[in-house]
Design a binder for this molecule. Structure first.
Ligand code: 13P
Ligand code: SF4
Length: 309
């Protein structure tokens, strides 16, 4: 096995040769985040990918994020360390089921979370991320009925925040966040009584009810580092520990294990490794290739989302 330091040097070397950028989501292993040109949540990384004018985007996250980068910047080569890095939310919602809904409900505006396949994006009117979902729903005229898909917990949270009554919500869920049990959060609070609680909106309603702050991955990091408190219970994927400890080394961060893996890690995100990152930069494979007709259709709701402030 090659030492991590040597691997890192090789990656930086091939990155320069390829005129590449490495983008990493906050849920990546620390050693990948360390090497990345930018680390961010799904919205931040989409914006960076759109502006990149080099040759190759090496996207360390999950497949739907790399597909989004390709749609926003189709001239670039987009490679991923592991093509099997999927997402349970993407799997919960097929394009055919969305088309069937649209046939039955032609009046509904389709608001899709960015955690969807490019084919579902192509069927959507507007997209959103956990960071801008409330603003996106508020941007739709009040008399228009909405289908929000595919995350039930984010959908319920957005509905509560916006007071939107004419909104149907898909039944998909994240295998990481949706299986954080409220009783384990209650036990963590009993153990750390001065800790504040920050939660991602993909968590179940009873977990969100106990949160002092609810927001996207980057919003959680930002809030925890700026709050005048020393201890936090963080209800999201434990990869965020890297940025939290880098930005606020004096603070303490506790994570709660979910009931799926008895951990707080996304198994898809953790498929990526330094070895696979080096290989995808060297080989320019696995590469994201999408039919241009689908990309053109998916770009419309993506651009609408990016125009919402
Ligand atoms: P963010 O939009 O907060 O990056 O979340 C993406 C995601 O997959 C959360 O599980
Ligand atoms: Fe998908 Fe959940 Fe993993 Fe995010 S944490 S990529 S929503 S499975």
């Amino acid at each position: 096995m090659v030492a991590a330091a040597t691997l890192a040097e090789e990656i930086l070397d091939v990155k320069a040769r390829r005129r590449a950028i490495i983008l990493a989501h906050h849920y990546q292993e620390a050693e990948i985040q360390e090497l990345a040109d930018s680390v961010g949540d799904s919205l931040e990384l989409a914006r960076i990918a759109k502006k990149f004018d080099g040759e190759v985007i090496a996207f360390c996250g999950v497949r739907f994020m790399a597909e989004t980068a390709k749609v926003l910047n189709p001239e670039r080569i987009v490679v991923v360390p592991d093509i099997h890095a999927g997402c349970s939310l993407v799997e919960s919602c097929s394009a055919e089921s969305v088309r069937a809904f649209k046939r039955r409900n032609p009046d509904h505006v389709i608001v899709s979370y960015i955690n969807t396949s490019v084919e579902v994006k192509a069927e959507s009117d507007i997209l959103c991320t956990s960071r801008n979902a409330i603003a996106v729903v508020n941007s739709i005229p009040a008399d228009k009925p909405i289908l929000f898909l595919p995350d039930i917990n984010l959908g319920n949270y957005v509905q509560k925040q916006t007071g939107r009554k004419n909104m149907k919500i898909w039944q998909g869920a994240c295998i990481v966040h949706a299986t954080f049990p409220a009783r384990r959060l209650a036990a963590a609070r009993a153990e750390h009584p001065s800790a504040l609680v920050a939660a991602h909106p993909e968590c179940p309603r009873d977990v969100l009810r106990m949160a002092d702050f609810i927001g996207s991955t980057s919003a959680i990091i930002d809030w925890c580092t700026k709050q005048n408190a020393d201890e936090f219970i963080v209800m999201t994927e434990s990869g965020v520990r890297y940025s939290l400890e880098k930005l606020a080394p004096q603070k303490k961060f506790y994570f709660v294990a979910n009931e799926n893996c008895n951990c707080s890690e996304c198994p898809y995100m953790k498929l990526n490794s330094l070895e696979k990152l080096l290989a995808c930069l060297e080989n320019l494979e696995p590469r994201i290739e999408l039919p241009s007709a689908i990309m053109e259709r998916a770009l419309v709701p993506l651009e609408r989302m990016l125009a919402v402030r």
